[in-house]
Design a protein around this ligand. Structure first.
Ligand code: EPZ
Length: 421
């Protein structure tokens, strides 16, 4: 397995091009299953998770033309006959569950492996299934697979989510666009990735209103056409590099379309910690000369995102004072604490709360990446730690961050990728 080697202490200065959002690209890719026309996508990030979704779509029979170095995809589900998403493919990437709604909506049936849990939690999908049942699908679980049937098609209805669920909202949104009649999603997720998906579906001929609010209304249509869509920038990547600027007391320019609108509460939090932020329409400049303690609670959008929790913990480990971080979304998202502690951080965990006492410096060490976002929290630590840091199992990083080494090296970081022996 490849590793990363970092020498700490270099302030980052320069420009970081923010890639397309992984968590917008994945549902939009699944949306190709809703039509027999071609869906052309750009600003697709070149990531392991994107390649995993492509492998799944190809296994279903989608004609995929991918040029990920050019960040482009052309997808056509014209000849899809296979409606089974196998465990072998689904286990590699949990967001594979997003093919369930489109397959049932267009083919009247689907057999999708239950995704199972992952490092950060059990990751249930019960709300996805209840939502499809509310639209008239019959759901059974057989041999670890979700078997969904709607032989006469889905019927519009009201789906109330007791818990805000991002991919649950996305799955039912996609299912509803081809249902007969009107569907109303209540307590829908507000994330920008939901809005991007809805905009793409509307460009394909869907009739969706209210996306970006708690109540989304969908008027079902008989067919969808193809379209050309550009994925929004990755707000989590942008927040991660903003924290890199703060961690190293550097100055970074983050470039991405409408970036400033995607991180409202995050930039407010970063300012509290000590960041100086200059927001323009398609770029954000961020610097920081000192770091102050700050209490943070993760929440659904527009609150502080759980996907930036591990990364901000690293920055707060060097802040003046003590910070309290509450993780309210996932039950096991503090696995980076043990690794940061090995680097000299002073962090104690009490259930879903971490107390971070600022220290004067971190020491480089060999550490282990445990999940996607935790892996970058270790990169941030290595950027500022005294001496050398080796990060193992960086395949986690490759799932969700494109060209990390290139982007950081271009801003003055001392980082190199060590290929597996
Ligand atoms: C999405 O996961 C993201 N993944 C996650 O990002 C992100 O952490 C999460 O939303 C929260 O923002 C993608 O978009 C591909 P949820 P998702 O359904 O949709 C409970 C990353 O690092 N729940 O919004 O799987 C669940 O247990 C990844 O890029 C149910 O109880 O998360 C959790 O407590 C990690 N039943 C809460 O809802 C369900 O059927 C929110 O989960 C579904 C969810």
């Amino acid at each position: 397995m490849d590793r990363l080697r970092l020498q700490g202490g270099h302030a980052l200065h320069g420009t970081v091009p923010i890639s397309g959002a992984k968590n917008a690209a994945l549902p939009v890719m699944a949306a190709c299953l809703l039509t027999d026309k071609t869906l052309s996508l750009e600003n697709i990030p070149n990531l392991t998770d994107i390649r995993a979704m492509l492998a799944l779509l190809e296994a279903l029979g989608v004609d995929c033309h991918a040029d990920l170095t050019a960040h482009r995809l052309h997808l056509s589900a014209r000849f899809v006959k296979n409606v089974t998403a196998s465990y072998d493919l689904v286990r590699k990437m949990r967001a594979s569950i997003l093919v369930l709604g489109p397959l049932v909506a267009r083919h009247g049936k689907a057999r999708v492996s239950l995704p199972g849990g992952c490092a950060i939690g059990v990751r249930p999908v019960d709300l996805h299934l209840k939502g499809l049942e509310a639209l008239g699908a019959s759901i059974t679980l057989e041999d670890g697979y979700i078997c969904a049937e709607a032989p006469k098609g889905l019927i519009g209805g009201t789906v109330t989510f007791p818990v805000v669920t991002v991919t649950g909202t996305e799955n039912i949104l996609m299912a509803a666009v081809l249902a007969r009649g009107t569907t109303i999603l209540v307590n829908a997720a507000l994330e920008p990735e939901i809005v991007d998906l809805a905009e793409c579906l509307n460009a394909m001929g869907a009739k969706i209103t209210g996306h970006g609010t708690f109540t989304i209304t969908i008027e079902g249509v008989p067919v969808l056409k193809g379209t050309h869509h550009a994925i929004i920038p990755d707000r989590i990547e942008a927040g991660t590099y903003a924290l890199a600027a703060m961690m190293t007391h550097g100055n970074l320019i983050l470039k991405g379309r409408h970036l400033g609108q995607l991180l409202p509460s995050v930039f407010a939090t970063f300012s509290q910690i000590g960041a100086h932020i200059d927001q323009k329409e398609d770029q954000v400049t961020l610097s920081s000369s000192m770091l102050r303690a700050c209490d943070i609670t993760t929440e659904p959008f527009p609150g502080y995102p759980t996907d930036l929790q591990a990364q901000v913990m690293t920055v707060l480990s060097l802040a003046q004072g003590s910070s309290i971080i509450r993780e309210t979304i996932w039950e096991n998202r503090f696995m980076h604490v043990a690794e940061l502690t090995r680097m000299g951080a002073d962090i104690s965990v009490h259930g879903l709360t971490a107390v971070v006492r600022g220290v004067s410096e971190l020491q480089g060490a060999p550490v282990m990446a445990t999940d996607l976002r935790a892996s970058f929290s270790l990169v941030l630590a290595g950027l500022m730690a005294k001496g050398e840091t080796i990060i193992n199992r960086i395949y986690h990083l490759d799932r969700g961050y494109e060209a990390v080494q290139d982007k950081l090296t271009a801003c003055g970081a001392c980082i190199e990728r060590i290929p597996a022996e």
